[in-house]
Design a protein around this ligand. Sequence first.
Ligand code: 5GP
Ligand code: MG
Ligand code: MG
Length: 183
Amino acid sequence: MEALHSDVKEVLLSEEDIHQIVSRMGEQITRDYAGKNPLVVAVLRGAVVFTADLMRAIDCPMSVDFMAVSSYGEAAKSSGVVRIVKDLDTKIEGRDVLIVEDILDSGLTLSYLIDLLKGRGPASVEVAAFLVKDVTGKTPAIEPRYVGTHVPDEFIVGYGLDFAERYRNLPYIGILKPEVYQK
Ligand code: 5GP
Ligand code: MG
Ligand code: MG
């Protein structure tokens, strides 16, 4: 049994929940990319854990590359500024690109990334987001082709998602206690 981390207010998705979601997404992607050879682009660092699971649920030829962008720094709120920290090593011209993201909030990070990658002449660019945050009154800048599940507008950690680089190793998705990031 996993011990509930004392900074976590509530567990939203258990390891078993996550496994079911990822399997379903893998099946959809496998079906849609049959006969193709997609390039899975994991957005570092948050999407690493999800990508590791998702790619093993994809049953067609594919390759993987990594990109690092920074939009949040160490704060809990988006700065709206996206900075490329590490670019792809792969040429994407003519490739079917599948961007894998941990969580979509405003969608600003992804909309910037999509525009950037589209400028390089890929055959297609789609997005697989494990989580989409439901923010009342706000529509995200983009609509991902593949969505794991929706989460409430709270600060989410675990399964790759951090606060100040902590909690990425939690095997579940949880809500961080506000007193932790309001300190
Ligand atoms: P957006 O540009 O969609 O507003 O923000 C997307 C990025 O912000 C995500 O990829 C993630 O790195 C970070 N982010 C947004 N919401 C959360 C959250 O609730 N928890 C964590 N740990 N990161 C978040
Ligand atoms: Mg991210
Ligand atoms: Mg982060």
